[in-house]
Design a protein around this ligand. Structure first.
Ligand code: GTP
Ligand code: MG
Length: 347
């Protein structure tokens, strides 16, 4: 990436847009929004377009939702020019305010991935949503990884042509478990495994890079990705940034990662499922003495937050603690060989 950036810097002058006042002008293109290309953006010539494409910015939408810093890194243009470019793309795509009806229309594209437990699905009003990030946090063995495997299989059960991307940071993805679960819902395990793309992330940078690569799978390979699992979201960040002094750096990086995930969910109508650990909070005297890693950064970027804990007799309890249109509630279920099952007794 560094080599690419320095190469890029050498010929920025070729297309320096700062001297071109027309960047601010309204676009002249009469094309349909879907047909617009990078070159339709005022001031973007072939050379800059090529550099942007090389870094994954291959249409005006990707420019419109980028941050100036990302474009500066990608194409070597100045921040001022990057801002103008972003604004032009937003104008061109009419990305200002929209009516509530338009939002409702977009929401119609949202699909739900069922968990297999009636109580859990009822709590989530049908299942885990696409276009959103759902975070599950809880202590070890609370079922976060199991839920990732179950959602992967259920996605393929519900949307037979879809693909699941599984970013495994703790080496806990188990194809054997997928086989069991696929058989549990009557699917051919070989086919299911083919439809799951697994990548092991070796550190937080690698994890972030893998997430950046996911849109390429959609564009280049034409995959219909409906679910992206990041298990665990925070383990690498937690291990690499130790001590209070590094907390701000960690949070900044985590924030960038969450931003990328939420863009991925939104732009590709993908369900992003992330798992998160908890740590003991020694100064908590009342209530639950645990707190999730990543704090507000992860919490605020997640659309839905679920707290998983172990219940009585091997059951699990999921508590929805933050959702935009669903009241906080709780449900109990059991992890069984064939998938999630409802249990009679709560808690
Ligand atoms: P950490 O990653 O350690 O934080 O935990 P986690 O929340 O990811 O826990 P995980 O999803 O790995 O849950 C482990 C629990 O799920 C086990 O204690 C079992 O109760 C259950 N489990 C795991 N594998 C199976 C399985 O193959 N069959 C059944 N029935 N239960 C399983
Ligand atoms: Mg796990």
């Amino acid at each position: 990436m560094d080599a690419q950036v320095s190469l890029i810097n050498e010929d920025i002058v070729l297309e320096s847009m700062e001297e071109q006042p027309e960047v601010q002008e309204a676009p002249k293109s009469k094309k349909k929004k879907a047909d617009l290309t990078l070159e339709d953006l005022p001031g973007v010539g072939a050379a800059i377009a090529e550099k942007l494409r090389g870094c994954g910015f291959d249409n005006p939408i990707s420019i419109a939702v980028a941050t100036p810093g990302e474009l500066v890194n990608a194409s070597g243009i100045s921040e001022v020019v990057a801002r103008k470019m972003i604004n032009s793309a937003r104008d061109m795509l009419e990305m200002g305010f929209e009516s509530g009806n338009d939002v409702l229309k977009r929401r119609e594209k949202v699909i739900k991935i069922p968990t297999g437990s009636k109580a859990f699905d009822a709590m989530m009003i049908g299942g885990f949503e696409t276009g959103a990030i759902t975070e599950c946090f809880g202590e070890f063995g609370s079922g976060k990884t199991q839920l990732g495997h179950i959602l992967a299989v259920n996605t393929i059960k519900t949307y037979p042509k879809s693909t699941v991307v599984y970013v495994d940071t703790e080496n806990t993805f188990r194809p054997e478990r997928i086989v069991q679960l696929a058989e549990g819902v009557g699917l051919d395990p070989v086919k299911v495994l083919k439809q799951i793309r697994v990548a092991k992330a070796y550190n937080s940078d690698h994890q972030m890079l893998l997430v950046e690569k996911i849109p390429e799978l959609v564009k280049t390979d034409g995959l219909d990705i409906k679910l992206v699992v990041i298990d665990s979201l925070t383990a690498h960040f937690r291990a690499e940034f130790i001590g209070r002094g590094t907390l701000a750096d960690r949070q900044q990086k985590l924030n960038k990662h969450m931003h990328a995930l939420s863009k991925l969910a939104d732009m590709n109508n993908v369900c992003v499922y992330v798992t998160n650990q908890v740590m003991a909070k020694p100064d908590q005297f009342f209530g639950d003495p645990t707190v999730s890693i990543g704090g507000h950064i992860v919490g605020h970027a997640s659309t839905f937050r679920i707290y998983l804990r172990k219940g009585k007799k091997g059951t699990r309890v999921a508590k929805l603690i933050d959702a935009p249109n669903i009241a906080d509630s709780e449900c109990a279920f059991a992890v069984e060989q064939g998938g999630l099952k409802d249990v009679k007794t709560e808690k």
